[in-house]
Design a protein around this ligand. Structure first.
Ligand code: DX5
Ligand code: ZN
Length: 217
């Protein structure tokens, strides 16, 4: 069964605490927080202060997805804010290894993220040091986009690499995930599913999370 990471990008910001409590009580494992800088991706979302505000109201794993250019300058702020896991895009920095080192030295789980256009080969030197790899299943920047099926082969490639090398990192998927698209990703080796609009654009987010879990039993 896949672990579920609801993305609060699609939650009700005015009643955010209610939405977070709903998914936490409903069995979510992670809370996915999308940080966008208006440069690496066209949108702007929220920063470390937002993570700091959420930290005391939730025991979920705070999974911070940094869609920002040169994330190394912001990492300490997100570590101090109480993130449990921080993801950095390999496309966003010339020093991805250093960025991951900073995260790990801060006592936080480290994740490398690849866009749909980036091959797995670009991150193989990093796979021994990460706790999680995020395979983007849409181009980052917006919720509610259509799943890109060509990304599934990369999940399978990562899963094979894990097995061949005795590694234990999680494989997360993000973008266009619903009870249909999650199935092939899970079969290919995905262990954590981010879902934003599928979960929150519904009157019953918990039923949607259960549908993701049921589809991957
Ligand atoms: C996209 C973000 C996602 C987004 C997913 O750039 O990284 O986490 O919230 O939204 P859905 O599930 O609606 O595709
Ligand atoms: Zn995300």
């Amino acid at each position: 069964m896949i672990k579920v990471a609801p993305s609060i990008l699609s939650a009700d910001y005015v009643n955010l605490q209610q939405d977070i409590e709903k998914v936490e009580q409903g069995g979510a494992e992670y809370l996915h927080i999308d940080v966008m800088d208006g440069t690496f991706v066209p949108s702007i979302s929220y920063g470390p202060g937002f993570v700091k505000a959420i930290r005391p109201i939730s025991n979920l794993i705070l999974d911070v997805h940094l869609m920002v250019q040169q994330p190394e300058h912001l990492l300490q702020d997100f570590i101090d804010a109480g993130a449990d896991l921080i993801g950095v895009h390999v496309e966003a920095t010339a020093h991805i290894h250093r960025a991951l080192q900073i995260i790990k030295n801060g006592g936080v789980k480290a994740e490398v993220v690849i866009n749909p256009g980036t091959p797995v080969s670009q991150i193989t030197p990093l796979l021994g040091m990460v706790d999680q790899v995020l395979v983007m299943t849409v181009n980052p920047g917006f919720g509610g986009q259509k799943f890109l099926p060509e990304t599934v082969a990369k999940i399978a490639e990562l899963d094979q690499y894990k097995k061949n090398n005795g590694l234990g990192f999680d494989i997360e998927i993000d973008g266009g995930i619903n009870d249909k698209t999650v199935v092939d990703c899970y079969k290919a080796g995905a262990t954590v599913a981010v879902a934003g609009s599928y979960v929150f654009n519904d009157t019953d987010p918990v039923a949607k999370m259960n549908a993701l879990k049921d589809a991957t039993k």
